[in-house]
Design a protein around this ligand. Sequence first.
Ligand code: SFD
Ligand code: AMP
Length: 630
Amino acid sequence: MANFETKIVETDLLIIGGGMAACGAAVEAAYWAKKNGVKVTLVDKAAMDRSGAVAMGLSALNQYVGVGAGDNTVEDYVRYVRQDLMGVTREDLVFNIARHVDSTVHLFEKWGLPIWKDENGKYVHEGRWQVMINGESYKILVAEAAKNAMNAAGMEIIERVFITEPLMDGNKVAGAVGFSTRENKFYVFKAKAVLVAAGGAVSVFRPRSVGEGMGRSWYPPFNSGSSAYMTLRAGAEMTCQEVRFIPVRFKDGYGPVGAWFLLFKAAATNAFGENYMVTHADELKKYAPYGMVKPIPACLRNHLGMMDTFAGKGPLYMQTAEAIQKIAAAAGDEKAAKKKLKHLEAEAWEDFLDMTISQAILWAAQNIEPEKVPSEIAACEPYFIGSHSGASGAWVSGPEDLQTAGTKKDYFWGYANMTTVPGMFAAGDASGASSHKFSSGSFTEGRIAAKAAVKYCVDNKTRPAVADATIAEYKTRTLAPLDLYEANKGYANDANINPNFIKPRDFMFRLQKLMDEYAGGVSMQFTTNKHLLNRGLELLAMLKEDSSKLAAESLNELMRCWENMHRVAQAEAHVRTLLFREETRWPGYYYRADTPNMDEGNWKCFANCKVDPKTGEWTMVKRTIHRIVE
Ligand code: SFD
Ligand code: AMP
C-alpha cells in the first residue's frame, strides 16, 4: 500500500470547506466555541484566500434585503423565493437567512469590501435584492476575517486537504477522513459535530465547453459534489435533488447576465430581433400562479428563450449596445451622453473582470465592443447548487422560533441546519430548499449552522468512538487508486490507457456522456423521460461498479478520482428524483417529455430521497410544503 503517514486530529466541530458558508461558520463558531470551551477545526481542499465559487471575485451581493433602510421586509424575500422556485421552498429556512443577511453585508463592508454608493450614501442596487460591489478581492477579505477569528480563538485551519468520506459512529457522525493534496498524509478528523459546506457540483453533465474549452464552466470546477456525497453517504435525507440550475450566460465565456438584465435593463432577443419574453408571454399562463407575478421565475425565463432556440431561431442575443446607448442618451446633452457612455463601458467590462475574467478575455478575443454590438447568450449545462436558483441539498432542521404547531413536526428536530443525521450540519450549497442565498446568504447560513453546531457539541459531551480497524479500512479505500496504478502501470506504454484501470479524466467523460444523453443535458435540449432515466440508472450502476478501477498516478489524480466518486453520488440522486417526480414543474431547467405539464394536485411537495449507507438501497418520499408567510 502507498506509504502515507496517518494524522489524527481530535476536535469537537469540524467545518468541511473554506468557501462562503464555511467562512461564515468560522467567524461565528470561533466566537461561541471560545466562550464554551469547544474546539473547532476547518479543513479546505484548497487555499481559503481563493477557494470555492468566489475565487475570481464577484460583482454583486445578490442577497441584501435592506430591512433597516426600509427597502423591503423579510416576508417580501420569502415570497420572492417561493415564486422563483415554483412554490417549492422551505420558507422557515429562507426566512431565517433573510432576517440575518443584512448584518452579514454590513460586516463585509466593515472588513473593507467596497459596496457601491450613490450620491446620498445609499447602496447602489443592481436589482431589488442585489447590491453592486467592487468584488475582485471579495474572497480574500472574507477568508481573512474567518482566519483572524479562528486564530484569535486558538482554532485550527488546515488547507489543501481533500475530504473523502464521513466517519460514523452508528447513525451519528463521528468526523471525516481525507488526504493532503501536497504531502503523503492521510487525515482522520474525529469530531462530535461536522458542518458540511463543501459547495455544489460542477461537471456532472457534459459541459458546453469541450475540447479546447474544457474546464470552463460558470460555477467553479472545484465544486465537485463533495457536499452531496458527504451527506448522502452518512445516510442523510436529501431534498430537491431534481432542482438543478441551468443558468443563462454569455456564450462560451460563461459571463453572468444579472448586471445586464437588472442594472443596464437590457433585453434579450432571438436572432430575428424578437424579444422572447414578449412574444411568448402567453406561455406563462400554463404555469400560473408562478408565471404571473414579476420577476418571472428563472426557469420560466429560460423556458421562453429555449422555445426560440429549439425552434431554430438562435442565436439568442443580449442587446448590450441598445441598453448602453439608451442609458447614455438619457444623461442629457451630447457631452454628458459621451461621458456617460465611457462610464458605462467601464462598468460593463468591470462586471466581468471582477467575477468571470474569461468572459472579458473572450470579448477582447472576438473584438466585441458591448456598446456597439450585441453578444450571444445561451443556456448552460446543469449545475447542482442550493445557494443560487437551484435548490438541491440536504434536508435540514429549521429554527425553532419560526415553527408553528403545523410545521414543527416536519421542519424541526433540535438544531438549526442539522441534517437528519445527528451531529451533521449543512450550509450554503450543501443545504437544500432554501435557494437565493448566494454569497452573502451562504455566509449567513454558515453562521446560523455553526452556532447551532457548537450548541450541539456543548449538549453532547460524549466523544464519538471510531475503531482503529475502521480507520485502517478507510485509509486503504482512500488510497486504493494510487495502489491500483502502481500495481498495473507497467502493463501498457501509455500511462492513461490500460485494461486494468480507468483514469479519472476518462471516468468523468463517461459520467458526463451518460448524464447528458439520459438525464437531459445540453445535447438533449434538457429533455428526458422515464425510459431514458431508467436506462441511465442501469448505466450508472455499471459506472459505479467500475469506480473500484479508478487509478491515480499522483496526489492530484487521487483527488480527481474522489471528486468523480462524489459526482456520481450527486448524479444518482438527481436521476432518481427526476424519475420520482412525475411532472415538469421547472421547464427551462428540465423537461420530462412523458409528463410535460405541471401537476399542482399531485406534486406540489418536496421530493426527498436517501440511501442506506450499508445496503445502498434508495428511499424516495414526498414531504409537505408548509406556508409560513402569506
Ligand atoms: O452573478 C472542499 N454567486 C453569486 N453570489 C452573489 O452573491 N453574487 C453574485 O454575483 C453571484 N454570481 C456568481 C456566483 C458564483 C460564481 C462562480 C459566479 C458568479 C461566476 C454564487 C456564490 O458564489 C455562491 O452562492 C456561494 O459561494 C456558495 O457558497 P458555499 O460555501 O456553499 O460554496 P463555495 O463558496 O464554493 O465553497 C465551497 C468550499 O468547499 C471546499 N471543498 N473542502 C474539503 N474537502 C472537499 N472534498 C471539498 N470540496 C469542496 C472548496 O475548496 C471551497 O472552499 S452571479 O452568477 O449570480
Ligand atoms: P445572474 O447573473 O443570472 O446569476 O443573476 C444575478 C441576480 O439577478 C440573481 O439574483 C438573479 O435571480 C437575478 N436576475 C438575473 N436576471 C434576472 C431577470 N431577468 N429578472 C429578474 N432577476 C434577474
